[in-house]
Design a protein around this ligand. Structure first.
Ligand SMILES: NC(=O)c1ccc[n+]([C@@H]2O[C@H](COP(=O)([O-])OP(=O)(O)OC[C@H]3O[C@@H](n4cnc5c(N)ncnc54)[C@H](OP(=O)(O)O)[C@@H]3O)[C@@H](O)[C@H]2O)c1
Length: 188
């Protein structure tokens, strides 16, 4: 950690995956089949309590309060850190040129909770840092040739376990479709 205050930032990740562990289709688009009312409500509530949203340039949450949320957006388009000319609440970040702590500080957030919302490369980057990873699972959706949650040829549960996270509680978000949410926590 290079910046004071960053150590107090909690990092949560969250994703919904198909039965075969995919978060998007072969065209890197999230299919409508992966959108469920209960999961979407839960996702919005998580973002409402986040102090910072972190994602790659192609990910977004498209919700009524999205423009009001502070966010850090990963892109190679900047050398390190720069303001986003299209959004006063967004900071552009290239990890090759600046640390996450520096990006958070520039975004004005050094405490509270940062929610990492994808895509796969961004999820993978934080695997050793999540305090909690919220894994939603849609057991009746399959996405052949899709994009794996962490960009790795392994079940997301196995990836989380390999990085020191343990499943603690599972709840049913969308009973009609069997969609569940499991909180994976890191032992401290
Ligand atoms: N099912 C779910 O819960 C879920 C969750 C998240 C995303 N998704 C979906 O998955 C798809 C994501 O596709 P994606 O992989 O293109 O997403 P992405 O991570 O949102 O965007 C990729 C872009 O982010 C930037 N980036 C990522 N890692 C970087 C790094 N280490 N350094 C610098 N820049 C970096 C690059 O932008 P530049 O090209 O500007 O350099 C890269 O092209 C979307 O359709 C999204 O809707 C689904």
């Amino acid at each position: 950690m290079t910046d004071a205050g960053a150590a107090t930032l909690q990092i949560d990740g969250c994703v919904i995956v198909s039965a075969d562990g995919m978060l998007a289709d072969a065209e890197r688009q999230m299919p409508e089949a992966l959108k469920f009312p209960g999961d979407q409500r839960w996702f919005e509530a998580l973002l409402d309590r986040a102090d910072l949203i972190v994602h790659g340039r192609n990910s977004y949450e498209d919700q009524p309060r999205s423009r009001q949320r502070r966010r850090v957006v990963l892109t190679h388009a900047v050398a390190g850190i720069a303001p986003d000319p299209s959004n006063p609440n967004a900071t552009l970040w290239n990890p090759a040129g600046a640390s996450f702590e520096q990006a958070c500080a520039r975004a004005g957030v050094t405490a509270g909770m940062a929610a990492v919302i994808g895509g796969p490369d961004v999820f993978r980057m934080f695997l050793d840092r999540y305090d909690t990873f919220w894994l939603s699972h849609a057991p009746r959706v399959r996405i052949p040739d899709g994009l794996p949650a962490f960009g790795l040829p392994a079940a997301p549960e196995d990836v989380l376990r390999e990085h020191g996270l343990t499943p603690k509680e599972t709840r049913l978000l969308d009973p009609a479709d069997g969609v569940t949410l499991t909180a994976w926590h890191r032992a401290r």
